[in-house]
Every structure is written in structure tokens, then in C-alpha cells.
Write a new protein. Structure first.
Length: 159
């Protein structure tokens, strides 16, 4: 009788969701925000081409500025999914995105609470704004926890 080996294929069961919001110092069509707006398409394409990128929230126009976080049209949202903390970290801090991050004070008000968080989602799950809001509120109230965290204190993927 022939012997058969069982092969196990590693299947990623979780991916990393990230949210960041920010309140612009002026409306998107204001000249004071032009430097930020001019980079949106480039940075979005860079994200989508980055190793480990999975998905990002975007309208038919290709960006997320059409989505409303709340009643304030100057609050914009970025929501995406990545394969790992490391993949997102590389994109945020080791690409052209870093300069946009460094320049954020030119375009965004300084927040009093954290405006970004990370959390694990099942593979193939695309989080919506209701889920993202709950995660950010949890992070703002409790700091890093398995439900929502940041790069400075990441939590391992759930089993």
C-alpha cells in the first residue's frame, strides 16, 4: 500500500485593518490643502502597489474623501487592510508616504485624541466605517488592547 503524506497549506486567517482620520485645516478645494490633495493619487497608487497591501476604502472616484466620518466635511478618513503589521509599517515609514506624514501639520489640525488605530480582521473581510469607528473609540478609551492597537504596542494575530 502506498504511503501518502499530508500536506498542509498555510492559510492566512487574519489580516490587519488600519484606520486614520484627520480634520483638515480647510475644505479640500481650498488652496491651503492643495499640496495634500496633489499627492493623494500618487500615495494611493503607492499603497496599492506595496507588498502586503490587500484593500482600501475608496469611492468610484478612486479615493476615500467622498466618505463622511461625521457631519464635519473637513474630517477625512483612510481605511485599509494589509497582510501584516510589518507590511503596513514599511509602507507608512519607508516610502514616500513618510514625507506626507511629516508634513501633516501643514494640512491637518492637531487632534486631542488618537486618530488612528489597527486591528485584526478575518481574511477577506473589508471593514466598514461603523466597525472602524468602534475600534477607534475603543483605542481612544483604553489604549492598546487586542481589540485595537498601534505600531508602538502591536498585538499578535488571534489564533
Amino acid at each position: 500500500m502506498p504511503s501518502y503524506r499530508r500536506y498542509h497549506i498555510a492559510v492566512q486567517t487574519c489580516q490587519l485593518a488600519q484606520l486614520n482620520i484627520g480634520r483638515l485645516i480647510a475644505p479640500l478645494d481650498d488652496r491651503r490643502i492643495a499640496g495634500f490633495v496633489a499627492q493623494l493619487d500618487t500615495i494611493n497608487r503607492l499603497a496599492e502597489a506595496s507588498p502586503g497591501f490587500v484593500w482600501r476604502l475608496k469611492s468610484e472616484d478612486g479615493n476615500a474623501t467622498d466618505f463622511r466620518w461625521n457631519d464635519d466635511p473637513q474630517v477625512i478618513v483612510n481605511l485599509s487592510v494589509w497582510e501584516s503589521v510589518e507590511a503596513l509599517h514599511r509602507f507608512v515609514y519607508q516610502t514616500q508616504h513618510l514625507q506626507v506624514l511629516r508634513d501633516r501639520a501643514l494640512w491637518f489640525e492637531k487632534p486631542s485624541l488618537p486618530q488612528a488605530c489597527l486591528w485584526w480582521v478575518p481574511s477577506e473581510h473589508k471593514p466598514g466605517l461603523v466597525e472602524a469607528r468602534a475600534k477607534l473609540e475603543h483605542f481612544q478609551m483604553h489604549g492598546s488592547a487586542p481589540e485595537a492597537f498601534w505600531f508602538s504596542k502591536p498585538y499578535p494575530t488571534p489564533n
